[in-house]
Design a protein around this ligand. Structure first.
Ligand SMILES: Cc1ncc(COP(=O)(O)O)c(C=O)c1O
Length: 420
């Protein structure tokens, strides 16, 4: 009899490494509803991967689904202004302290690339300062010192990927996250070359140290250097007004993705009107004009999904519920790790965190390297076996998770900790 290839075998034949480049696993997901997903083998999971973050209100939320189902038969893309995209832009601009205007793109990577380009166009300087361990998408500039295997002296940038032109390194300065004095000194020394400073206000899992974002704000404002907050993850998640309102520091530009598209490809660059003016040739002329075109930008299906998602998030209690569930999980796992005498701690904020197996404070990328990745791998594998799905390094909490999900997850923690 002929062998009928399994889905995993087909994946390994058709895809390099056997996957899409996202979750490095043979798992194939076929369905998501609320805070749960199902794989092709019929197994159910409590889902803390959440599509890497977009599904903050849960998979297939009835209101998001209804909005999409209404739009699809009316046309799915136009390459022209459409009312939904315009209304979504207005909603976002009204929500975020830094946002006077925005431009839509299709992915967070693009948003970051254009935000850095807009800053450079505005400042007429080439260099970008970023922080070691900070993720700003897949562009040549973004992929510097995200996860360097070799540690260089600051501010030397280390490319994370093959294929990036060597000279790009010279245009990126790298500083340690959460060290305000270091960053301020570097910016003071290089201010005349800097086009912009980009930072994740909450870097991967790391909350900003008190005063860190404020110090970046002060020094960049002093020299007129655009400060970019990468809010692809934190936008509309930490608060309706993003990390900039959660932490109380307003950048000049920010980038958004994930939640604003409600599970469809949509991202944005938002910020001060005088910087966003570079997207308008009539305002800045040929020399200052930043060319930006994208086939699917402002896509109406993504826009209605985003509008429905933001509508849900605007309701009283939306954030409080998700934060409360996250706090219960964090307190529960922390206590269990302590009782078991395991050197683990939770790093993050209530709606986005992970268990890090390391002692002592974790404030930056180099501190994270102290963590026992092998132990974390075992822990995560036990959890997966118990029906808990997460990415390698994050728990994303959803509004759609339930108290029962949280209770079941705590039971899975018990079993995983016992197994360790
Ligand atoms: C902080 C941050 N910036 C940018 C990106 C890139 O976004 P995308 O995957 O939509 O290109 C991500 C993706 O996870 C991210 O976490």
């Amino acid at each position: 009899m002929n062998h009928v290839p399994t889905l995993t075998e087909v994946a390994h034949r058709a895809l390099p490494a056997g996957h899409f480049g996202n979750l490095a696993s043979d798992l194939a997901l076929v369905e998501g509803r609320g805070g749960h997903v199902w794989d092709s083998e019929g197994r159910e999971y409590i889902d803390y991967l959440l599509g890497s973050g977009p599904m903050f209100v849960g998979h297939a939320h009835p209101e998001v689904t209804a909005a999409v189902m209404e739009q699809v038969p009316r046309g799915t893309t136009f390459f022209a202004n459409n009312p939904h995209g315009i209304h979504l832009a207005e909603r976002i601009v009204d929500a975020l302290p830094c946002a006077e205007q925005l431009r839509f793109v299709s992915s967070g990577s693009e948003a970051d690339m254009y935000a850095m380009r807009a800053a450079r166009a505005f400042r007429r300087r080439d260099k970008i300062l970023k922080f070691e361990g900070g993720y700003h998408g897949m562009s040549d500039h973004g992929l510097m010192s995200l996860a360097p295997k070799r540690l260089a002296n600051f501010p030397t940038a280390i490319p994370d990927s093959a294929g990036i032109p060597a000279r790009i390194r010279e245009d990126v300065l790298v500083a340690p996250f959460n060290d305000a004095a270091h960053a301020v000194a570097l910016i003071e020394a290089h201010h005349d070359e800097l086009g912009g400073v980009i930072v994740e206000p909450f870097q991967r899992l790391l909350p900003p140290a008190p005063g860190f974002l404020e110090a970046l704000r002060e020094v960049t404002a002093r020299f007129g250097i655009p400060l970019i907050f990468d809010e692809v993850v934190t936008g509309f998640r930490f608060a309706y007004g993003g990390a900039q309102s959660y932490y109380g520091v307003t950048p000049d530009l920010c980038t958004l993705g994930k939640i604003i598209g409600g599970g469809f490809p949509l991202a944005a660059i938002a910020g001060r009107a005088d910087i966003m003016a570079h997207f308008d040739r009539a305002l800045v002329g040929d020399d200052g004009f930043l060319m930006q075109v994208g086939t699917l930008s402002g896509n109406p299906v993504a826009s209605v999904a985003g509008l429905a998602t933001l509508e849900i998030l605007r309701r009283p209690g939306a954030y409080e519920g998700a934060f409360a569930m996250g706090r219960t999980l964090i307190e529960g796992v922390t206590k269990r790790l302590q009782d078991a005498g395991l050197p683990g701690q939770v790093v993050g904020e209530p709606v986005l965190f992970d268990v890090v197996f390391a002692e002592g404070p974790i404030r930056n990328y180099r501190d994270m390297l102290r963590a026992d990745a092998k132990l974390a791998g075992h822990f995560n594998r036990h959890l997966r076996g118990a029906g808990i799905l997460k990415g390698d390094s994050k728990y994303y909490i959803s509004l759609a998770h339930t108290d029962e999900d949280i209770a079941r997850t705590l039971e899975a923690f018990d079993a995983a900790i016992t197994a360790l």
